[in-house]
Design a protein around this ligand. Structure first.
Ligand code: AMP
Length: 236
């Protein structure tokens, strides 16, 4: 059974950072559809050039293309022990397609983590976010160069003013229903992403371990703590 995680959250919620950290610590591949698309654009892949126009406007790339990319990625052997998805699924149709892929794989439940951050904070974070122009990694806040490759830091093309507004609108309209699609599952958890980064990391870890434990035999090593969701349910 694999540890299969989806890191959900609005643009700027920190889901990419948490997905990367968790994947590294647990030796799982992080699968970021945004990174894969940006990589394909860099390589000048013809399909990607069409995608770039949409990405630059803050709109979503079509479901068929994205689902095909993820379906193919999930056939790779490094995903056998599990994976951490970042930026997928973003539509209900993508979530339905992922369920079908998971059924074919028959390798454990999907743990869904929603990193929740208030909108004013998202706008503030996206306005000050920098990435490495060379390797694409997220920069440390206040850093001068990339800590991974010393590359120059740049503003991501879709983090510019009006595009940010559009991405947040798209998130509300198209991606929020995905949370509703997952919310009733015993493996769904949310985390307060507006806390200090170490606290967010702690909460993400304990929620994933807790959810994996409740979703079947995919429980992983680590302390099992009572989740906020379980506490909420106990109170209700
Ligand atoms: P991200 O790095 O996850 O914020 O993604 C950057 C951009 O890539 C998005 O604004 C979309 O244009 C596109 N993209 C990434 N993932 C998806 C997805 N699952 N479905 C559709 N478009 C996507």
């Amino acid at each position: 059974m694999g540890l299969n995680v989806i890191m959900m959250g609005a643009p700027g919620a920190g889901k990419g950072t948490q997905a990367g950290r968790f994947a590294r610590e647990r030796g799982l591949p992080k699968i970021s559809t945004g990174d894969m698309l940006r990589e394909a654009v860099k390589e000048g892949h013809p399909v990607a050039l069409e995608a770039k126009a949409l990405m630059d406007r803050g709109e979503l790339v079509d479901d068929g293309t994205i689902i095909a990319i993820v379906r193919d990625r999930l056939t790779k052997p490094d995903t056998q022990p599990g994976f951490v998805l970042d930026g997928f699924p973003r539509t209900v149709d993508q979530a339905v397609a992922l369920d079908a892929i998971m059924e074919e794989r028959a390798q454990g439940p999907l743990v869904v983590i929603d990193v929740v951050v208030p909108e004013e904070e998202l706008v503030r974070r996206l306005g000050s976010r920098r990435i490495c122009g060379t390797c694409g990694a997220n920069a440390e806040p206040g850093g001068a160069v990339c800590t991974k490759c010393n590359g120059e830091l740049v503003v991501r093309s879709d983090d510019d003013g009006q595009v940010v507004v559009e991405r947040l609108k798209v998130y509300e309209r198209v991606t929020r229903p995905v949370l509703e699609y997952y919310r009733a599952r015993p493996t769904f958890r949310f985390v307060n992403g507006a806390q200090a980064p170490e606290q967010v990391a702690n909460d993400v870890d304990s929620m994933i371990d807790d959810a994996a434990g409740s979703g079947g035999p995919a429980k992983v090593a680590g302390k099992r703590r009572t989740s906020a969701r379980a506490a909420d349910q106990a109170e209700a």
